[in-house]
Design a protein around this ligand. Structure first.
Ligand SMILES: Cc1cc2nc3c(=O)[nH]c(=O)nc-3n(C[C@H](O)[C@H](O)[C@H](O)COP(=O)(O)OP(=O)(O)OC[C@H]3O[C@@H](n4cnc5c(N)ncnc54)[C@H](O)[C@@H]3O)c2cc1C
Length: 303
């Protein structure tokens, strides 16, 4: 085996464009992409990354990331359908990390279980949701998650991590780049399916009314600062509609940044930096990003 051509159960591909794997639809290629369907495949991807001297970088459904135009010199791992199962065990939903969050919400409702309907509004995977404690409308993973199975990239072990031990708070957990979420166990409460379906409809309707549907975006760009809303601060600074290259602050929801078909990842990076500067000047608040920048950008690291 040469350094250039590791064998990883046949699932490792070279120079794979990542744009199609993200909601922004831009960004460069991964040097290597692995889509393992089981733990052995994931361990093989880890071994390949070690062999190649490259980092292992996780990608879920790409709905919260900006992938650099220069691509990622890494072994990018996107958990395959083998990690997408959803089952009900008593009142607990056990969802694989690759399962889309909206599918998990519908799965529970169809089985007369409630509580996790909020997931219907979040287009990411369960793994991506756990790692950043995704949430909306006053609910988040921290409220409903019992525990998660986590693979440690450094030592190759799997551990069940109780939610209480993950320091889960607003869009934040103790999980870091060395952790791969494999699955999560979510508690639910009994609820007639009719009520659940109505709740799903309400959430979907509210999302449609407030978000710039039909545009390329990655959801909220910034975390809300304590006691305020990032969108309100951006709006107050007069930045709705601000354009940098092919990226603009959504005229509909100021905390969403839309990309045109010709936009680059650097455009979004630069727009983020410009908005941070102008909001700071206007209101004295430094906004911190919720979206994650993967790879290299001109101008350093987004904060
Ligand atoms: C229209 C729209 C609306 C949205 N609304 C909301 C909302 O209401 N609330 C909210 O919280 N978010 C929202 N988001 C953002 C996004 O959907 C969530 O953050 C989601 O949880 C990200 O999941 P993902 O699979 O897309 O992760 P990705 O975007 O692929 O990755 C995000 C981060 O998670 C890491 N990651 C992904 N999978 C794993 C894994 N299995 N193990 C370890 N790390 C992993 C990645 O390395 C990356 O750092 C929205 C996005 C869009 C486009």
């Amino acid at each position: 085996m040469t350094v250039d051509e590791p064998t990883v159960g046949g699932s490792l591909r070279r120079s794979v464009p990542l744009a199609g794997y993200t909601t922004y639809r831009f960004g460069g290629a991964a040097s290597w992409l692995a889509e393992p369907d089981d733990l052995a495949g994931l361990a093989a991807a880890r071994a390949a990354a070690t062999h190649l001297g490259l980092p292992l970088v996780l990608l879920g459904r790409g709905s919260n990331v900006v992938v650099s135009d220069h691509g990622l010199d890494a072994v990018v791992v996107r958990l395959g359908p083998g990690f997408g199962s959803i089952v009900l065990d008593g009142g607990t939903v056990i969802a694989g990390a690759a399962a889309p969050q909206p599918k998990v919400a519908r799965f529970a409702v169809e089985r007369d279980r409630g509580g996790i309907e909020f997931l219907v509004g979040i287009p990411g995977s369960v793994g991506g949701g756990v790692v950043m404690n995704a949430g909306c409308f006053g609910s988040d993973f921290a409220e409903w998650m019992l525990d998660a199975d986590v693979f440690d990239i450094e030592d190759g072990r799997v551990a069940t991590r109780a939610a209480d031990d993950l320091t889960m708070s607003y869009r934040s957990t103790a999980l870091t780049d060395r952790h791969v979420v494999l699955s999560a166990r979510l508690r639910t409460v009994p609820q007639p399916g009719g009520q659940g379906r109505e709740r799903l409809r309400q959430i979907t309707r509210r999302r449609r009314l407030s978000q710039p549907g039909g545009t390329l975006n990655a959801g909220s760009v910034f975390k809300n600062p304590p006691g305020d809303a990032a969108g309100r601060l951006i709006d107050a600074a007069g930045l709705k509609g601000l354009i940098v290259g092919g990226a603009r602050v959504s005229p509909r929801h100021a905390n969403f940044f839309e990309a045109s078909a010709s936009a680059t990842a650097q455009d979004v990076f630069d727009l983020v930096a410009e908005v941070q500067r102008r909001v700071d000047r206007h209101s004295g608040v430094w906004l911190h990003t919720e979206i994650r920048f993967l790879g290299e950008f001109d101008g350093g690291r987004a904060r």
